[in-house]
Design a protein around this ligand. Sequence first.
Ligand SMILES: [Zn+2]
Length: 286
Amino acid sequence: MKCTFIALGLLLVVSAGQSVHATTYRCPPGQLAFTFDDGPHPKHTPQVLDVLQKAGIKGTFYLLGEKVKAHPELVQRIHREGHEIGIHGWDHQRMDKLSGGATAVEKQLRDTWDAILKALGNTRNPAVIKTMRPPYGKTGRQLVPKVAGKLYLEAVNWSFSPQDWQYIGEGTLDSQPADVAVGKVNAATTQMLADIDWRLKHMNPVKRGEIILQHDTLPQTPGVLANLIERIQSKQFRIVTVSQCLADNPSKANLQSERLVDKLEIGYRHVKNATRNLVASVRKSR
Ligand SMILES: [Zn+2]
């Protein structure tokens, strides 16, 4: 028991002394942002842009540097049509696992940033990019938000992921006959919409805002998105880009609550370790 008290004491000391950099997960109540990761993709990004254009909605695209370099014309279209661009890293490596640590994270961000600005032919306007999202949402606790902060970028994850990659993965239909691919995409779209309907039922714009994660690299995304927009529009959310939702959040209330969540997670890990050590020492003393 004494060990537990020591562990709890340690937890309080760690929590009080820890400088935790926040990651944003959601918009303020009443606002909702559609975000699209991993692109631009030569086939599906234009389809997603067509859906957004038809609906008159602006989204936020977290781009990969290597794909920006391969498809600069798509970056130009995203920007021209008034969508927001964010950084997702150069080649989708986990930023918390890079052997070069903070220096390597910074290189991923800077290289992608440079590629985007080069694609836009506008190297004098770096302010066009305000946020980043780490691949897989892995921030390495403070590591990624801290490096991002140094570059005046906010690290942004999401509040709702329909886990679209689990239905049809990127490129997995490329070698299939067209009719087979269409059948699979239609089936995946129907299944995904059925799976996310329960979540939509519980979305309440009065209580909280949302940041939705999708991938503009998947064949099912355009069809799902068109249906999702229809369902969400009936819910009275104001659909915004991520930096609009951050700008409308002067109290930073959600950042503070995420900071608390970060601290609780750190604390939980310490208590879990202390409990495991305690159990081991009791077993040993028998
Ligand atoms: Zn990704």
